[in-house]
Ligand binder design. Sequence first.
Ligand code: AMP
Length: 484
Amino acid sequence: MIDATPLSPAAAEAAVATFAELGLPAPVVTALAAKGITVPSPIQSMAIGDALAGRNVLGRAQTGSGKTLAFGLPMLARLAELGDTPAAKRPRALVLVPTRELAFQVVDSLQTYAAPLRLSVRPAVGGTPFGRQADQLRRGVDVLVATPGRLGDHLRQGTCLLDDVCITALDEADQMADMGFLPEVREILGLTAPDGQRMLFSATLDREVQSLVRRFLPDHVQHSTGDSKAAVESMEHYILNVGRGQKDIVLSEIAARQGGRTIMFARTKLGCEGITDRLRAVGIHAESLHGGKAQNQRTRVLDRFKNGRTPVLVATDVAARGIHVDGIDLVVHVDPPADHKDYMHRAGRTARAGAAGTVVAIALPNQRRIIGRLTGQAGVKVTEVNVSPGSAELGAITGAQKPSGEPVREAPRRERPAGAPRREGGYRGQGGPRREGGPRRDGGFRREGAPRREGAPRREAAPRRDTGSTSGGGFRSRASHAAD
Ligand code: AMP
């Protein structure tokens, strides 16, 4: 392993090469310039050259650092240089991501640069019609951007085969580990060409991520950015102590602030819906984003938040993972996060790309200790303040003001009651409804024309918790265990 230690910020700035100098093809450089992207971000400066040279790359970088283009542009450039066309059902490159939203984001971002190279980039995620994805795969896809659950469905159905995949990128590997996806990820990586290029990006390199690296990127170049620290330093953290019975009013005053975008985190889908309803009842255009909504609703909600029509998004942790929305300047922990990692994931929705941001945790008297402990474990400097409805401190920290009190009149955007069974399109297989990426009981992934390998996918029937660890589900492969 070569550890490419980052340069000091001053040295890095002086040494910044242009995208053309990094070796990207002219049509990509032109398309970047058309988007106003002319100076490579630190992770791009560090990783693009190695990625273009076909090396395995381990990148430690956060969302907002420009990592999608750091792995995506070299991937496209190499595919264009190889000049092949994809065979039916056999993508030539694969990007694995933890969530549907991130998959769509990556597709959007890469399509801009794939088009001038005449390459195709397509998503394969749950909550969208399986048949259409299968059709696209049959017609040939250069870059498939997939969540592990839906890709597993395609592999089992034989609508996708990975033996032509010569470049694989794993995005937000730590979040995939946190969400319990690593058993599937191992299976999937095991089906790609063993001598192919692999790139893994993660904000942290925890033990589970390291086990992936050991197995699938034994030789790699590592690049880390200081971005995450800079982002953390541009955030201000507060614990807002509120009295019982005042929480809803305090929340509505925070949500009524003018200007920036606010994201509020609740633990459950029902919690999200309840908060959203209460905010709308006092005149705030809030919408909720959670896994109980159909994918098309989630996309629309996120679009409205991005384009500013909805100033307040109330989300669960899982739904908000990895999403990139510029201009979120306030994150509110309405319910305490499950642990310090979730605290940081939530907080990381603000203060992106060097912007400033404020993170507040609402603490009822019985929650103060737990929140204090979590912020301590997260290593952030936090200021604890007692606030009440209309208080000067609340206004100074969050910009809170009295909401209009006039209920939001248009029909609520919740098209299906929270907790109701999912009915959105797409193949569900034989195992009945399940969370994307959850365990299945039917057969393993199919490798056309290849005998089942020793250590090929095995099924475990145990159910997996919603955001739990890997221990309860997924596929077990002897090969992967031996290698860990
Ligand atoms: P990511 O970290 O991949 O989620 O990217 C975050 C955002 O930064 C995306 O909206 C990109 O379009 C944008 N971006 C990526 N690279 C650059 C760059 N070099 N200069 C300016 N913006 C960038």
